[in-house]
Design a protein around this ligand. Structure first.
Ligand code: ATP
Length: 265
């Protein structure tokens, strides 16, 4: 992270967050314990950890979808729920979840219909232009009028992320968005998305099982312990911010992947 970023005000802070789930028979599962994270604006944070250690729970808490049992989260000084209401948080998940009866551009423009703001002609045309811009930036040109069944897995994920970017969010929360894709498609998406996130100054929290994905895409990797998830280590990824296929061959990249793996094991 550059000195400039450190000087910026804190963007997101989770303070001693713990979470318990209670099932219908009254038994408790503790998913998280005392998770404290701080993020600067524009930072990309990857979260890795064993299956069931509470990564998705943490993401849901950051999104304001789940209220933590203990501790609290603030984003730019307010609660995630309030932040979420102003459309500044977007999500993308492992499954792209596009509506099959809508074309690519219609799916991408969906969030603007959901907020159902009073739309003037000039706002509608601005939204349409943004959708076209995202289609172009995400390499979907020529497929704007195709339906989801006519797109490949990688294209579906590109469209889902374009839709997440439609509202110009400040925080993007990603839960294993590339895990269902083949290796080459996944690596191509890493390269494209790393460029897009950095040029748009987005703050991103990425949950992944892949150490390479975490290292390639992030500024820091948070390694979580087994359940109940605690933060075991936070590793700064001191690679240049512009990353491409060559980055993946560099000894520094491989060393960092090894380091994350060692913490995981
Ligand atoms: N709604 C729920 N009700 C009860 N228990 C839950 C609920 N959601 C998650 N859990 C439990 O909380 C723990 C953490 O789950 P979570 O999905 O956050 O883990 P994860 O690290 O994202 O897992 P994975 O990597 O397999 O997706 C697990 O033991 C899970 O069974």
């Amino acid at each position: 992270m550059s000195e400039e970023m450190i000087c910026e005000t804190l963007f997101l802070k989770s303070n001693q967050v713990s979470h318990f789930y209670e099932n219908s028979s009254g038994n408790c599962t503790q998913a998280l314990q005392d998770v404290s994270i701080e993020m600067q604006s524009g930072e990309i944070l990857a979260i890795v950890g064993a299956s069931g250690c509470g990564k998705s729970t943490l993401l849901r808490i950051l999104a304001g979808l789940v209220q933590p049992t203990e501790g609290n989260v603030t984003i730019e000084g307010i609660s995630p729920l309030k932040y979420q209401r102003s459309q500044k948080i977007s999500f993308a998940f492992q499954k792209p979840l596009l509506f099959p009866w809508r074309t690519t551009i219609q799916n991408i423009m969906l969030p603007m219909e959901i907020v159902s703001r009073s739309i003037t002609l000039s706002e509608a045309s601005k939204d349409y232009d943004r959708a076209l811009y995202l289609i172009k930036t995400l390499g979907l040109s020529g497929f704007e009028n195709c339906y989801p069944h006519q797109l490949s897995g990688g294209m579906l994920q590109r469209a889902a992320i374009a839709r997440a970017l439609m509202t110009e969010p400040k925080l993007l929360l990603l839960d294993e968005p590339f895990s269902a894709l083949d290796e080459i498609t996944r690596e191509n998406l890493w390269i494209d998305f790393s460029r897009i996130w950095r040029t748009q100054n987005l703050s991103v929290v990425l949950v992944t099982h892949s150490t390479q994905e975490a290292v390639f895409l992030s500024d820091r990797v948070c390694v979580m312990s087994h359940r109940p998830g605690t933060i075991q280590a936070v590793l700064p990824i001191d690679l240049p911010s512009f990353r491409d296929r060559e980055t993946m061959m560099k000894s520094k990249f491989l060393e960092l992947c090894e380091k994350v793996k060692n913490y995981l094991s």
